[in-house]
Design a protein around this ligand. Structure first.
Ligand code: 4H3
Length: 246
């Protein structure tokens, strides 16, 4: 069970996690989601959480105090949790990182809005800063949901098939192999013969060859950072050969 604490101005957005696999994970108590709204920790009449940037310029900045009080309340609930801020400035969130986080018992995420949070909150309260990719969003809520989704599906019992997370793209540093289902022929295209028979060793080998081949075609950068075994080298050569024939 992982407790996800979230500091957000838009707690209702996290209702999106109640569908599908993450919804099942909540229902079966594999994960719990708890939110704190910094607006509840303001002391001014209009409950504002933002202010104009020192030095001028466009946009607004989230003030440190309401966020800080919300974080302290969350920490009292989850004293073990690391405080994580999501922003384009953070380290890259990858499958590897998701796997590591899936071993934690609690995490607290802070969702920024506007131009971001006061730097002094970052310095004093934030333990780690992560990014889901090189683009800018209007808030941290979606990246936090992306991270929670990636982490949750790795938890034992979250996916129907016990080991299907083990066969994902990136799980072994390679892209996933292609998938086929009925009918045998569709749009004049036949499903690969080897998948129709019951030769599990041949199927396993075909899938590994396809994984290597798809990675070579679509993400050659991933192969540069990964040593290939003798068998993998042989299968990739075979794939490349077959590519050039057709
Ligand atoms: C994270 C957060 C992109 C990412 C984000 C990412 C709005 C953080 C604002 C919010 C700051 C701008 N955008 N790539 N946006 O993971 O509060 O940085």
């Amino acid at each position: 069970m992982i407790d996800f604490g979230i500091i957000t101005l838009f707690p209702e957005m996290f209702g999106a996690l109640e569908s599908g696999i993450t919804g099942q994970a909540i229902a079966h108590e594999l994960i719990r989601i708890k939110t704190w709204n910094p607006r509840a920790y303001t002391h001014n009449k209009h409950r504002t959480v933002d202010d104009r940037p020192y030095g001028g310029g466009p946009g607004m900045v989230m003030q440190a105090q309401p966020l800080c009080d919300a974080i302290h309340t969350a920490k009292a609930d989850f004293p073990q949790a690391k405080i994580i801020y999501v922003s384009p400035t953070g380290k890259s969130f990858t499958q590897q990182v998701a796997k590591e986080f899936s071993t934690k018992s609690s995490m607290i995420f802070v969702a920024g809005r506007y131009e971001g949070i006061d730097e002094r909150l970052l310095l004093t309260e934030i333990d780690e800063e992560w990014s889901i990719g090189d683009y800018v969003l209007t808030g941290g809520e979606l990246p936090i949901m992306v991270m929670i989704d990636a982490i949750t599906r790795l938890l034992p019992g979250a996916l129907g098939d016990a080991d299907s997370a083990d066969q994902d793209s990136f799980a072994h540093g390679l892209l996933d192999h292609p998938h086929y289902t009925r009918p045998e022929i569709w749009a004049n295209l036949k499903a690969p013969e080897v998948l129709l028979g019951g030769d599990h060793k041949a199927i396993c080998e075909w899938r590994l060859k396809q994984s290597l081949g798809q990675t070579w075609l679509k993400r050659p950068d991933l192969l540069k950072n990964r040593q290939l075994s003798a068998i993998e080298q042989k299968l990739l050569k075979k794939f490349i050969n077959e590519c050039q024939k057709t």
